[in-house]
Design a protein around this ligand. Sequence first.
Ligand code: HPA
Ligand code: ZN
Length: 334
Amino acid sequence: MSDFISALPKAELHIHIEGSLEPEMMFALAGRNGVKLPYDSVEAVRAAYSFANLQEFLDLYYQGMSVLLREEDFYDLTLAYLRRSAADGVKHTEIFFDPQGHTSRGVAFATVFNGIHRALQDGERELGITSKLILCFLRHLPAEDAMATLEAAMDYREHIVGVGLDSSENGHPPELFTAVFAKAREAGFLAVAHAGEEGPPAYVWGALNALAVDRIDHGNRALEDPALVAELAARSMPLTVCPLSNLCLGGVTDLADHPLRAMLDHGLFVTLNSDDPAYFGGYVNENYRAMQQALGLSDTVLGQIARNSFAASFLDDETKAARIAEVDRYVNGG
Ligand code: HPA
Ligand SMILES: [Zn+2]
């Protein structure tokens, strides 16, 4: 039964806003902006979404961004995600954005930020969904580019809670970005990083030790290193796990073998998230349902994962406690 999941209050902590660009909106924005797409229908776009690995996905993800040009485009993209997520019982969301995916195409940082930020404000007013914004650096680009992006973000410091690290993992270890993250933390940004999605356990160690992250995005391959598992457990380090993403990008071939089972058994601080819902076939509730079905998770465990999502968020302690109490009331049938 999926009814328990539908209205379970939850936070989403791993969502790339550009990865919520549904093919229908891609076509609408292409039309409005006069952008030529290499597909002639929404169905053709969906048919192209078959990925053997992270890089094959990223190639289409960056291509899809080409329709995002004006502030309204970022606004519409973000508000559509918020509406869809509110319908999934999401009360709070921490959204990644990739400014370098846009500034590299001549779209100003301010255009990207203003569109997203205005939608987040309107979303909170209209839907009651709270949010925070996390700026991700593209790790396939030089650290100097990340540093320049951090400089551009300083003007928006009060509206951006943290920095992250995404894009092609293998060959781009966290240590390349040590100075950028040190500078960001000095300026008061919190820090997260994708690690152990495709990359080895050493990259998860790098995210912990060189970048001093507050959460690990994915973390699947940490399970290959028992000392690392012990460290993650000892630190109560949150992991933002994304099952449908892992299935679509070949990290797992069967959801029944998803590492979430072992993560739970090791007592790790796991959360469930959608990553790039328009590309991976599901928003957050589909990720909860996929794990409920594949691993036979009980409502008790699903409730604990929802509690974790607020506990691992960057909300203040008082709001966290209030949201966790809301989960408790829901789980206890009140
Ligand atoms: O799943 C992902 N992994 C790394 N980078 C990304 N950028 C968008 N989605 C992803
Ligand atoms: Zn991601």
